[in-house]
Design a protein around this ligand. Structure first.
Ligand SMILES: Nc1ncnc2c1ncn2[C@@H]1O[C@H](COP(=O)(O)OP(=O)(O)OP(=O)(O)O)[C@@H](O)[C@H]1O
Ligand SMILES: [Mg+2]
Length: 540
């Protein structure tokens, strides 16, 4: 394509076609002149600048840092007097100056040329104005430029769609090769476009992660909302009240209770119902960490603190900043670490291992243990002063045997949970199985109940959990005594009794209908009811 056509394609004629012709005639003449811009040294300078620009753009994803460096390179090596990069806001489609340079860099943001930049972005075509003094749109109100300038504005496009523009003012030279200059700034514009694209992708990814994180946190908060804590017995209601009281404060909470009573759930409930709910909840299982690791886990370390410490690492206290740190099994922490914990609780600051400076921390501490701390103090394995520091607000998670009314609520809750998880259509728990569940003493508490129900769901083939789906430990003392001796008769008997009670439950104690349901006669059913000493009145 002839040069004149090419320039017409890229230069819009809002001013005058004469202007374009002027560029063209100059361009042709200029070629013969081997002027500054067209000289081989000029080409080399352009190439080396492009390398510098690409390095500046790839050094960081932050356009606020890279774009000024790019404009600076243009100013230093390409007689650029001032320059700006304008971008289109993705959401509002408004134009905004992302970077500007020049002696009056700040003013360049608000001054002249916006109309032209807008045109370039709208049309995707570059605009060249050899003499700014001839273009009214580039005139600053109340100010005449002392020297003549040229103006070039090229689009910054991603996948051919203009997302911004690079505008430069050059010192005017009669013999400038505008087509070559234009080419050069086009390349710079496309490099900026790449950087904008990468930076926007990174921003979008960051936004996605932040959204996902917020969503997950909301989900966690919801999971530990009070309504998900099962139980309405008096002892567990007292626990809820205590959780609500302590959640509002920053007080250290000590949760005590046998294994499996739900101490960790209580800790979660405190955090997710507290003003710190949107900040991290960090758990440290003190019993699971070897003594040698616990301090570096809790307090972090500086680079070179010990062999293998190749970088600085933040401890869990620092990671929990603004949120809650949950130290589980505090009774298992060694004495040396106890001293350090006591100091943290008193001073509210930590020192990383191998470090000299202190780091202030804003963390609510929740600790839990199933161990008898008073006994440990008497034995000398737990510090009394630390105990007093921790024992500010103590919550006792009650053992399951002291909250019998909750057993069925929890059993139903776990039945629903595991039936869904294992894709079984189990509707309910049979009456004899309920009796077994409620009369058992549950040494392993809620965790044992949960495991029992999951196992029952797994072995159950029908729609009802029966007594024989429960583990032998739950059979009554007499039954489990006789089980090894007469296993078959007992088990068949237990199964038969379950089925009959189940049928009676369905028919609300009506023997005739129950017999029909079981495909037997009323006489046989009556005999079995007597044999298994089933009380029909309880089903009415
Ligand atoms: N009130 C409750 N409602 C629903 N599920 C519960 C409740 N209490 C406990 N659980 C469940 O019981 C199991 C054991 O609870 P958790 O881990 O909190 O006990 P723990 O006291 O920390 O036990 P350990 O001392 O052994 O660490 C968990 O799966 C938990 O989801
Ligand atoms: Mg626990």
């Amino acid at each position: 394509m002839p040069l004149a056509e090419r320039l017409k394609a890229t230069t819009i004629s809002w001013h005058s076609t004469m202007l374009i012709d002027e560029i063209v005639s100059r361009g042709r003449k200029g070629a013969a002149h081997a002027a500054d811009d067209g000289a081989p040294t000029g080409e080399i300078r352009k190439l080396s600048s492009l390398i510098d620009i690409s390095q500046a753009l790839s050094a960081t994803l932050n356009l606020n840092a890279s774009l000024p460096s790019v404009l600076d390179i243009l100013e230093r090596h390409h007689s650029v007097v001032r320059a700006s990069v304008t971008l289109v806001d993705e959401e509002t489609s408004d134009l905004y100056v992302k970077a500007a340079s020049g002696p009056d860099g700040h003013r360049a943001r608000s001054k002249g040329g916006e109309g032209i930049v807008g045109r370039v972005i709208e049309t995707g075509k570059a605009i060249v104005v050899p003499q700014v003094s001839h273009e009214p749109q580039l005139q600053e109100k109340g100010r005449r430029s002392e020297r003549e300038l040229s103006y070039i504005c090229v689009p910054v496009s991603i996948s051919r769609k203009p997302v911004g523009a690079l505008a430069v003012y050059l010192s005017y030279k009669r013999d400038r090769h505008y087509d070559r200059s234009l080419k050069f700034f086009r390349v710079v514009g496309s490099m900026i476009a790449q950087a904008v694209k990468v930076s926007r992708l990174a921003e979008a990814e960051k936004r996605r992660l932040v959204e996902e994180n917020t969503h997950l946190r909301d989900e966690l908060r919801d999971r530990y909302a009070f309504r998900h804590l099962i139980g309405n017995s008096a002892p567990i209601k007292a626990v809820y009240e205590q959780v609500a009281q302590v959640a509002r404060t920053n007080t250290t909470a000590l949760i005590r209770g046998e294994s499996g009573t739900g101490k960790e759930m209580v800790a979660h409930a405190i955090h997710y119902n507290s003003p710190r709910a949107r900040k991290p909840f960090i758990k440290v299982s003190c019993a699971a960490l070897p003594e040698s690791l616990i301090e570096s886990e809790l307090f972090g370390y500086e680079k070179g603190a010990f062999t293998g410490a190749t970088t600085q690492k933040k401890g869990r206290f620092e990671l929990a900043d603004g949120g809650t740190l949950f130290l589980d099994e505090i009774g298992d922490v060694n004495l040396a670490t106890q001293v350090k914990l006591l100091r943290v609780l008193q001073e509210r600051e930590i020192e990383r291992l191998g470090g000299t400076s202190t780091v202030r921390i804003n963390v609510r501490l929740i600790v839990a243990t199933h161990r008898p701390l008073e006994k440990l103090i008497a034995e000398g394995t737990f510090r009394e002063d630390l105990f007093y520091r921790l024992n500010v607000f103590t919550i006792y998670a009650p053992p399951l045997r002291e909250r019998v009314p909750d057993i069925m609520l929890l059993a139903d809750h776990f039945l629903e949970k595991y039936a869904v998880e294992h894709r079984k259509h189990i509707k309910r728990i049979s009456t004899p199985a309920i009796d077994m569940l409620t009369s058992y003493h549950w040494p392993g508490n809620v965790r044992e109940l949960e495991n029992t129900i999951e196992r029952a769901v797994l072995v159950c083939e029908g729609s009802v959990i029966h007594g024989h789906h429960l583990p032998p430990t739950l059979q009554t003392a007499e039954a489990s005594d006789t089980l090894p001796r007469a296993a078959l008769a007992e088990t068949v008997g237990a199964f038969e009794s379950d089925l009959i009670q189940d049928a009676l439950k369905t028919t609300r104690g009506n023997r005739a209908r129950a017999a029909r349901l079981l495909h037997t006669t009323e006489r046989i059913l009556g005999y079995k009811i007597q044999k298994y000493r089933i009380d029909c009145t309880r089903f009415r």
